[in-house]
Design a binder for this molecule. Sequence first.
Ligand code: NAP
Length: 346
Amino acid sequence: MQRWGIVGAGSISRTVVPDLASCRGVEISIVQSRDGGKANAFAQEFGISRSTGDFGEVLADPSIDAVYIATPFATHHALANQALLAGKHVLVEKPIAMNAAEAADLFAVASRMRVFLMEAMWMKFNPAFRRLRDELAAGRIGEVRSMRASFGIPFPAELGSSRWDHARSPGSLLDQGIYPVTLAHTIFGPPVSIHAAGSVNEDGVDFAEHFTLEFEGGRFAQCASGMTEFCDPSASVSGRRGWISLPAPFWARTALDIHADSWDVMFREPHRVELGQEGNGYVPMLREVVKAINSGTCEHAIHPASETIAVFHTLDTIRRELKAKTEPPTPQVPAGQTTSPQLRTD
Ligand SMILES: NC(=O)c1ccc[n+]([C@@H]2O[C@H](COP(=O)([O-])OP(=O)(O)OC[C@H]3O[C@@H](n4cnc5c(N)ncnc54)[C@H](OP(=O)(O)O)[C@@H]3O)[C@@H](O)[C@H]2O)c1
């Protein structure tokens, strides 16, 4: 029996906890919130035997094997680091950290402590996503040449979403854009060049961006994310003999449409593949995590450290480009001159 602790009694925990509880060989032993009363109410609602307002209590408990960290992502590195150093296996909500350096640091700690670590990138474990990979590998649409994916859904600042808060889960790129970037990396690997543009508010929070990732051989991915308006949250992958679309929301859907084999199928009646959803959709990932922990590995082959960190290098570059394009250029002052030069009149 694996004993799990839940860190954070927020909205995603409410969705994931029933799925984790349904996995064979798992007992959710404790839930932690910064507010002990809230943790207690959460524990009662989800049938968890213990609750606490103290993160340290979860880490100090030798009966807890693994923790699921479901807090705002600015807190992920610090919390995951403490949990790994306490010898716990750790599943961290996406994005696992704020940048590639933080992500690499966590995987180094996990490997040193010989414990399991993974970002909860559930999309990669979803049956439709795995079927997409199988169809591409089998050459169903020929050589894969390009893809398109976007995740634009309004999350109004007035509703208090932590995505608008620099101190909590700042920005749509890390919260939403991580899905198109992860899809692109899964299909093509790391890009050779990146072109990005978007909008950043006065607090430095990005709220809309679009970017093209280019790969060897003229292959490319066109992607977008945003939290002020809709941007068709579907995806499609194209090859020399057709294309496969993942209907909206592409990161969570259980269906895909294969446009291949004949003109008729491509343009009139694509092959629809329907795959079922287990629980709230997180069961396939959680079952794999439980299995991986039991096997003693430190990472999962479907979403390993190398791929997680590579995605962050791309996200880091996109963020740098957004920042460079939204900050006014620094005036170049010649050495030794501290004020603007006077106009010469002679
Ligand atoms: N996989 C998915 O489908 C999915 C969907 C949505 C979100 N997410 C990811 O899951 C993570 C959490 O998202 P969420 O929407 O659940 O976030 P949230 O509601 O903003 O925060 C989750 C909980 O974190 C706790 N918390 C701990 N430290 C905090 C701090 N310094 N400030 C504020 N809250 C803090 C709070 O719980 P207590 O008050 O109980 O301490 C809060 O309710 C994010 O990384 C997000 O990107 C994943």
